[in-house]
Design a protein. Structure first.
Length: 389
């Protein structure tokens, strides 16, 4: 089995989607006998049974949410220095890099070792969705060129979704391996709501709960979700919206401005290892992500829990949820139309108990049949063997 250096230029572990993937991959690869060291920033929390190495920088990195930061270059420089030291002492056979940032650092330190990119979406597209600065032509063009260079130079590209192949030029597809995405099927499974947790969240008894789990930002569709919630209230639909995630930012103030502050519960950051308890409070789940190039792993948590789910009709969401979701139409040119379609889908599902039961059963079965982390780890191990000859 292989000695693997996993480069993670992120404050691992911070209870968000990218970090869950890193954790699950490393844990399952370890079960298969691989020796995995995760090199990450000085921020984040350690996890039992994983070998995590941190790279302390001149200035501490404390931003745990996704997105650019002025301190990120310093954190990456610290990671680069620590990677050189770790390679000398650990002598890995493979450098497994998360995010394009990780692959860029990996190429600088790997020497003759093969570098894999664990691709979770376009670098240029993600940055442009986080901040207007990265939408300026010279910047976006530069980021696009950097992304193309990284994609061309890594040995293999691991994809968590087959639909991401379409985002890459045909010349690169021969080096892509679709390893898929997974969910912890033992942790996330149908369960009854916890009354104590219900009370802690301030939820009203007997009022249906729409639950969301993930980061709170525009490209996750939270702006549209709050607009949809205001439409549901205008229509007289009984509901409570339970938002599990961070950063809260201006969203509580926005909810108050819309007059839905009594219908929305902002819980903030929750422990990933307690997420199933919170999700069990939901009657319906929602995953309104609008990013064009990223997967939507939270859908798998919802499917495994047997939660009927509403999401936008993106190709990657169709690939994950199949016939186990109600799909809204996302209109990039009109927030109002997108929010109205999302509200329509939520209203329809809240009103139709038989449809919810049907989707619930389908969802759990689909998760069991298609989204085992053991199978994902097996495909990654196959990629390791391939590049080692």
């Amino acid at each position: 089995m292989s000695k693997v250096l996993m480069l993670a230029p992120t404050p691992f572990f911070s209870d968000r989607g990218c970090h869950v993937r890193i954790f699950e991959e490393a844990a399952w690869l370890k079960r298969l006998g691989h020796d995995v060291r995760i090199l990450t920033y000085d921020a984040g929390r350690d996890l039992k049974d994983l070998h995590i190495v941190r790279a302390p920088g001149l200035l501490p990195y404390r931003k745990i949410e996704a997105g650019p930061s002025l301190r990120k270059p310093l954190a990456d420089f610290a990671l680069l220095r620590k990677a050189r030291q770790l390679i000398k002492n650990f002598q890995p056979e493979i450098v497994h890099c998360h995010l394009h940032e990780g692959a860029f650092l990996g190429m600088l330190v790997a020497d003759q070792m093969p570098v894999l990119l664990d691709y979770q979406g376009s670098l240029a597209s993600e940055l442009s969705e986080h901040h207007w600065f990265f939408r300026l032509w010279p910047v976006s063009a530069g980021m696009g060129h950097l992304e193309e260079t990284i994609n061309a130079r890594v040995r293999l590209i691991l994809l968590n979704s087959g639909s991401l192949l379409a985002e890459l030029p045909p010349a690169l597809r021969k080096k892509c391996r679709v390893v898929g995405d997974g969910v912890d099927l033992e942790r996330f499974k149908p369960s009854s709501p916890d009354p104590e947790l219900q009370a802690k969240a301030g939820l009203k008894a007997g009022v249906p709960v729409i639950v969301y789990l993930g980061l709170l930002n525009r490209y996750q569709g939270i702006d549209l979700l709050l607009l949809a919630a205001s439409l549901l209230k205008e229509r007289g639909v009984r509901f409570q919206l339970l938002l599990l995630g961070y950063p809260l930012g201006e969203y509580p103030a926005a909810a108050e401005k819309m007059g839905i502050q009594d219908d929305v519960r902002f819980v903030g950051r929750i422990d990933y290892f307690q997420a199933q308890r919170w999700l069990s409070l939901g009657r319906v789940a929602v995953a309104p992500k609008i990013s064009r190039t990223e997967s939507n792993g939270k859908l798998l948590n919802f499917l495994a829990m047997g939660l009927p789910v509403v999401c936008f009709d993106r190709e990657v969401d169709r690939e994950l949820a199949g016939e186990c979701a109600e799909y809204a139409v996302y209109d990039r040119a009109s927030e109002e139309k997108s929010a109205a379609s999302l509200a329509d889908a939520l209203e329809k599902l809240l009103a139709d108990e038989s449809r919810r039961q049907e989707l619930s059963q389908r969802a759990r079965n689909r998760a069991l049949e298609r989204f085992s982390w053991a199978e994902v780890a097996g495909r990654i191990a196959n990629a390791y063997r391939e590049i080692q000859g």
